[in-house]
Design a protein around this ligand. Structure first.
Ligand SMILES: [Zn+2]
Length: 113
């Protein structure tokens, strides 16, 4: 499962940060997941609960922020909402737009004590 390996690396990053900060409790972990990252949100939520089991993050609330896809057309410069990386520009029909956002896969913040 694709989401599980992503969740494991997110948890690794978070645990490393928590250890550096001498955290005893992690209340919340906030993840930023881009709409174009190919991650299925429900699967990600399940993967996170599996990946945090037995770690400092086990009881942390997992908050997932979905980042909408945005692209800029290389041909006409039009900026538009994109839901699939293969979508053409709605203004000129040009393909291969530059992706501005929506590919995020990162730990945004941790709430620790
Ligand atoms: Zn265009």
């Amino acid at each position: 499962m694709h989401e599980f390996s992503i969740a494991v690396s997110m948890v690794d990053i978070a645990l490393e940060y928590a250890a550096k900060s001498n955290a005893e409790i992690v209340n919340e972990i906030e993840l930023e997941i881009g709409e174009l990252s190919g991650v299925v949100m429900d699967a990600m939520t399940m993967a996170m609960s599996a990946a945090t089991k037995g770690t400092l993050l086990e009881n942390a609330r997992v908050k997932i922020v979905e980042v909408p896809g945005k692209a800029r057309c290389r041909a006409c410069g039009h900026t538009f909402r994109i839901r699939n990386i293969f979508d053409p520009c709605p203004q000129c029909g040009g393909f291969n737009p530059e992706i501005i956002s929506g590919k995020e896969l990162r730990v945004k913040s941790l709430n620790i004590e």
